[in-house]
Design a protein around this ligand. Structure first.
Ligand SMILES: Cc1cc2nc3c(=O)[nH]c(=O)nc-3n(C[C@H](O)[C@H](O)[C@H](O)COP(=O)(O)OP(=O)(O)OC[C@H]3O[C@@H](n4cnc5c(N)ncnc54)[C@H](O)[C@@H]3O)c2cc1C
Length: 378
């Protein structure tokens, strides 16, 4: 193993090519597809810390690109000049540009070329909600199918595209437990809309790879770190793929012999099919490293149970842990889960800390300021 750090050698613009070692479905029998990935860092000298993310630079799906080319009436061999270099249109679409998710700017640019009265109307400021509804579930190809553009110039088409953005994934491993490896937990985006099967660019790119090299880079996150104080208790709330950094946290705490207590709240649809890393949590409980484990299965009973419900059920103990100096971590869905968890924390402060609603809001702010309430939500 190389001893000198090579972290400065690789970046978004100069990614590291990592060998994909493991690509495993973790949710056999579920209607969700979540996968565990292991990548090799062998002899790279690269390092990361629990709480950091891995940036992945995906390649567009070849069939998706072919479908788009066929709707546009291009062969794919048309030359495209990027900077000093010339590429075929197909290669450009595969590697350089995002060519699925549709944005307002793209519709605007498209309309500058196509001049469609229905789009003119949608683009008016007063119709912004209708525009959002229109974009939901539609991709670039849908625009060209709905409003075909005969004789469109390749340059005009390429001018509609934005560079392919990398995707970030919370790292699910500790280097101390998996030397020269980095692990991820990825929910694969697949859905049907407007009569077509769709898939997320990066999650499906990863899902469909076996034994290849993947361009990636590390994205440090200094705001989502384990406590420096080894005996500080931690509370981790990570339903779904939000579990990823907490697997890294527990592995790291085990490897460093941290004495602080660990409490995990995990949840998903069904215990039978969606218990991500279930065997590891059971083992950690037996070994005494995981002191508390609360599980919320939304579809295993009549009423929906989520992690925030489990927090409220355990409100008194959770309050005690925070009084003892515990750090509170949340990872996963930003749109609903993180808000519901935040509200549950306020309710616990009101019920068990005898605070008013206003006091609990001030308390939450101070917890954040002290860096004891940390979020990695997306
Ligand atoms: C800091 C950070 C950490 C992250 N960690 C993780 C992680 O550990 N694991 C993980 O899985 N993800 C994680 N993500 C999310 C990840 O980066 C990607 O956003 C995710 O994998 C989707 O990317 P994609 O390329 O597969 O999908 P894209 O091609 O980007 O498509 C996603 C888009 O598809 C559309 N869409 C999705 N579902 C539907 C539907 N049902 N109907 C209509 N439209 C729909 C939406 O417009 C959505 O924005 C993280 C994100 C951040 C910022």
């Amino acid at each position: 193993m190389t001893t000198q750090s090579a972290d400065h050698l690789y970046s978004k613009s100069n990614p590291y090519s990592s060998g994909l070692l493991v690509n495993r479905v973790m949710t056999e029998g579920s209607d969700k597809e979540t996968r565990h990935f292991e990548f090799s860092l062998q002899d790279s000298g690269l390092s990361y810390e629990p709480g950091d993310s891995l940036g992945v630079l995906p390649v567009n799906c070849s069939e998706v690109v072919d479908d788009l080319l066929s709707v546009l009436g291009f062969s794919g061999t048309e030359p495209v000049q990027i900077g000093e270099e010339s590429f075929s249109l197909k290669d450009t679409l595969l590697h350089k540009f995002a060519c699925t998710v549709l944005s307002k700017i793209q519709i605007k640019k498209f309309n500058d070329i196509a001049r469609v009265p229905a789009l003119e109307e949608l683009l008016k400021i007063e119709n912004k909600n209708d525009l959002v509804d229109y974009m939901w579930g539609r991709e670039l190809i849908d625009l060209f199918k709905e409003y075909p553009q005969q004789g469109l110039a390749v340059e005009d088409f390429v001018s509609l595209l934005r560079p392919m953005p990398p995707r970030l994934y919370s790292i699910a491993s500790s280097l101390k437990a998996h030397s020269e490896e980095v692990h991820l937990t990825v929910a694969v985006v697949r859905y049907d809309s407007h009569g077509r099967k769709r898939k997320g660019v990066c999650s499906s790119y990863l899902a469909e790879r076996v034994g290849e090299t993947i361009p990636c880079y590390f994205h440090p996150n200094k705001n989502f770190k384990l406590p420096v104080v080894q005996n500080a208790p931690i509370i981790m709330v990570g339903p779904g793929t939000g579990i990823a950094p907490f697997r890294a946290f527990i592995e790291e705490r085990m490897a460093t012999g941290a004495t602080g207590k660990n409490w995990l709240f995990f949840g998903d649809r069904s215990q039978k099919t969606d218990y991500l890393y279930g065997e590891e949590w059971i083992r950690y409980q037996k070994e005494g490293i995981l002191n508390e484990l609360d599980l919320a299965w939304s579809r295993d009973q009549e009423e929906k149970v989520y992690v925030q419900h489990k927090m409220l059920e355990r409100g008194a103990e959770l309050w005690n842990w925070i009084q003892e100096g515990a750090l509170f971590y949340v990872c996963g869905d930003a749109s609903r889960m993180a808000k519901d968890v935040d509200q549950a924390l306020r309710t616990i402060a009101q019920e068990h800390g005898s605070m008013s609603e206003e006091d609990s809001a001030v308390w939450i702010k101070s917890l954040q300021k002290e860096k004891r309430y940390l979020k990695d939500v997306y």
